[in-house]
Design a binder for this molecule. Structure first.
Ligand code: 2HG
Ligand code: ZN
Length: 462
């Protein structure tokens, strides 16, 4: 016997593909958080914008919540469907629609994987520069919904900077064609920017017009070993002054231990407390000399204790694996993830305080630090010991997150730098946004989605 609400959906959109097998419900009902038990009503896989509109209108009539769904690589529970929602997967809408060589824009459907966007830009001799480890599985629509950042923000900024236009189905079922690829557009509120980072609560992104740029310069990768957190920021400042940095990422010895156990290659004989992977424009004598000079300056200052510069593309990939493999290598420990940011200038004081706080608060759990130090963005993963129950572990971590949230408030930071609030960080939104701001956000949500059908309960409670 089928659910009468699904019968109504079939009637409203006869060609709409629907899945209700238990394996599909589980697969599409969760993201990388693995904290909630998936329990969606069904999975809808529309093939065009009209079908997305039909689903949204049906949801309004039937009072069913929709969870928009991309690659579900999110780490904050934004794409989790654990309460009988309809998952609206954009995975079939994954094509490039248009390239404009004069505008240097690529228009794509929202379900296109980030890596396919990269390849699509490259085919036209250009670059879409937002990049991170989940590139093969995440979708551009999901990137837009969370204003994804990643490993090249230091050079190119966040997703927000690269969206020239957005086609969106609002919670009313209306299609909005936002900004239409314009560079200059001073005609009132920029609703496109409001949609970016709204985590599927205001509208469903169905198409995006992406700004492309020149291909990256030839580059080289350096791995540095450092003795302490304090010198990280000094090395960053010195390198940024001397080199055109494409990326500047850090991780600790604990992170290294896990990626090595997961198959990566040991970079140095000795173990050091901190490591940096830096990518910088290179390829001519001047830039190579500048890189050597920066490195030698760091050695002379006693900041850098060991280092290696890639001699080939394969070696560069090996060095990157040490950083990009961390999330996967930690997955088996069901980590409790923090994704926090402060202004770069506030970083040294924030780091010192956070380090002190966490070493006191987490005496029994292994804590892994890594992230995008040049963006003021830290990922602090706390690993669950095998003999501690999931619920007890999360409860213990949440106590510490409260302290971390207070610390962030004092330093003017954010509880989510790039993963989004979703379900995981919802209790802490107030550490980052004032009551007045949250009230305005609720008001905006109501305008775009008057019946509250779009991803309700994510970001804030209705
Ligand atoms: C990264 O920078 C991602 O690798 C994932 O944002 C971070 O797993 C994490 O906590
Ligand atoms: Zn990150």
């Amino acid at each position: 016997m089928t659910d009468p609400r699904l019968d109504a959906l079939r009637q409203a959109a006869p060609a709409l593909r629907l899945k209700t097998d238990p394996a599909d419900l589980e697969h599409y009902g969760r993201d990388w958080t693995r904290r909630w038990t998936p329990a969606p009503l069904a999975i809808a896989l529309p093939g065009n914008v009209e079908e997305v509109q039909a689903v949204v209108r049906w949801a309004n009539q039937q009072g069913v919540a929709i969870v928009p769904s991309g690659g579900r690589t999110g780490l904050s529970g934004g794409a989790v469907a654990a309460n009988g929602e309809l998952v609206l997967s954009l995975e079939r809408m994954n094509q490039a629609l248009a390239f404009d060589p004069v505008d240097r824009t690529l228009t794509v459907q929202a379900g296109m994987p980030l890596e396919a966007v990269h390849n699509g830009a490259r085919e036209h001799g250009l670059q879409y520069p937002v990049d991170f480890a989940a590139r093969g599985s995440c979708s551009i629509g999901g990137n837009i919904a969370t204003n994804a950042g990643g490993i090249r923000v230091i050079r190119y900024g966040n997703t927000r900077e690269w969206i020239a236009g957005l086609k969106v189905v609002a919670g009313t079922g209306d299609v909005l064609d936002l900004n239409r690829g314009l560079i200059k557009n001073s005609s009132g509120y920029d609703l496109r920017q409001l949609l970016i980072g709204s985590e599927g609560t205001l509208g469903i992104v169905v198409e995006a017009t992406l700004r492309l740029t020149d291909p990256p310069p030839p580059s080289n990768v350096m791995l540095l070993a450092l003795p302490s957190f304090e010198v990280l920021m000094q090395v960053f400042a010195a390198f940024r002054q001397r080199l055109q940095l494409e990326a500047f990422e850090f991780f600790t010895d604990v992170a290294l231990k896990h990626v090595l156990a997961h198959g990566a290659q040991k970079p140095f004989d000795e173990i050091h407390p901190f490591y940096v992977v830096a990518e910088f424009a290179s390829g001519d004598e001047a830039t190579e000399a500048a890189a050597m000079a920066a490195f030698e300056h760091g050695m002379e200052q006693g900041w850098i204790v060991d280092g290696v510069i890639s001699q080939s593309g394969a070696q560069a990939a090996q060095l990157w694996r040490l950083r990009e493999g961390i999330t996967e290598s930690l997955a088996r420990y069901k980590p409790y993830k923090n994704d926090v940011s402060v202004r770069i200038s506030a970083m040294p004081a924030f780091l010192a305080e956070t380090q002190q706080l966490l070493s006191e608060a987490y005496p029994h759990f292994e804590v892994v630090w890594f992230g995008h130090i040049g963006d003021g963005n830290l990922h602090i993963n706390v690993l669950k010991p095998d003999d501690v129950a999931d619920a007890d572990f999360i409860a213990a971590c949440e106590q510490v997150t409260k302290l971390l949230a207070d610390c962030l408030r004092r330093h003017g930071g954010s509880i989510s730098a790039e993963h989004g609030i979703g379900l995981v960080k919802k209790p802490y939104l107030g550490s980052t946004r004032s009551d007045a701001e949250v009230a305005l956000m609720r008001g905006v949500k109501h305008v775009f989605d008057p019946n509250g059908v779009l991803n309700p309960g994510k970001l804030f409670d209705p």
